[in-house]
Design a protein around this ligand. Structure first.
Ligand code: NAG
Ligand code: NAG
Length: 266
């Protein structure tokens, strides 16, 4: 019996990270994704078109999670050699962890918040941040179609932050998904692999002066005529810093407030 339990634990431990989807740039708690052993990504940070990066995050085979900014090591979990097949996840209380099996974290961010859906990301300032719980999501169903490998080189902005003001044009892009504020002020989430519209606000304005903005309480707006509201998401929470993320499953989510970071914005 004891042997069976040990075998089961080992088996579950090995399967957990391998069965989990891996994502670039953002790790999600729901559905859970992970930065897998040996996986790394580099991002040419260009907040609103201004070059700022590059930054990279690597889950090394030696078990150390390493962050680099302009090719300099800026932060690490210092877990070299503590395990094998280590991976990074974030849980439903917003706590990120480097683990080598299901149960034992070798490193954790140490900050728990309320139960919900969280996002761990590489921020445009080159730091890591955890945001959540999710307070709003677009109404389209998640896509099971993963066209990610057909568009491997898209490393443009996949999130934006509270206080951003984004004019007509491309707002966010993640692989085959694109959020665009069209010239007629309709905010549209497109799948560029299938040319389908996945979600839209359906707004229109003859003024062609509209913009998208996220406020300090996490409410998303399409406005025109300087400040008139064309569309609002209708969900608000505690004032601080929020993000809108174009998720790997083709949905849009608002996460926040920020609950942990390695590098504050101010
Ligand atoms: C890792 O070690 C470096 C150098 O000693 C230290 O500055 C850093 O805070 C450590 N990282 C963590 C997550 O404790
Ligand atoms: C992606 O980038 C690599 C290296 O820069 C290049 O060799 C490859 O052709 C690019 N792939 C696409 C689909 O653009």
């Amino acid at each position: 019996m004891a042997l069976l339990i040990v075998l089961l634990a080992t088996f579950v431990g090995l399967l957990a990270p391998l069965g989990m989807a891996s994502t670039d740039f953002v790790i999600y708690s729901d559905p859970p994704t992970a930065l897998l052993p040996g996986q790394s990504f580099q991002y040419d940070l260009t907040p609103q078109g201004i070059p700022y990066g590059p930054a990279s995050l690597s889950m090394n085979h030696d078990c150390d999670l390493v962050l680099r900014f302009h090719n300099q090591k800026t932060w690490a979990t210092n877990t070299t050699g503590l395990g094998t097949d280590c991976y990074l996840t974030v849980d439903s209380n917003g706590e990120a962890a480097v683990k080598h099996d299901m149960n034992y974290p070798l490193w954790s961010s140490g900050k728990k918040s309320v139960q919900g859906s969280y996002a761990f990301l590489l921020q445009w300032n080159g730091g890591l941040g955890i945001y959540g719980p999710a307070i709003w999501s677009s109404s389209n169903p998640p896509s099971l179609h993963d066209a990610g490998n057909e568009h491997p080189n898209v490393t443009t902005d996949y999130v934006f932050y509270s206080y951003s003001i984004l004019p007509i044009g491309k707002i966010l892009e993640y692989k085959n998904y694109k959020l665009v504020l069209r010239d007629d002020c309709n905010l549209v989430l497109e799948d560029t692999a299938t040319n389908e519209i996945r979600w839209q606000t359906g707004t229109s304005s003859p003024l062609h002066d509209c913009f998208v903005t996220l406020d300090a309480q996490g409410e998303l707006f399409v406005k025109h005529n300087r400040r008139d509201v064309l569309w609002r998401s209708g969900a608000r929470s505690t004032p601080f810093l929020y993000i809108v993320a174009l998720r790997y499953d083709g949905t849009l989510g608002v996460y926040g407030p920020q609950i942990w970071t390695t590098k504050p914005f101010w």
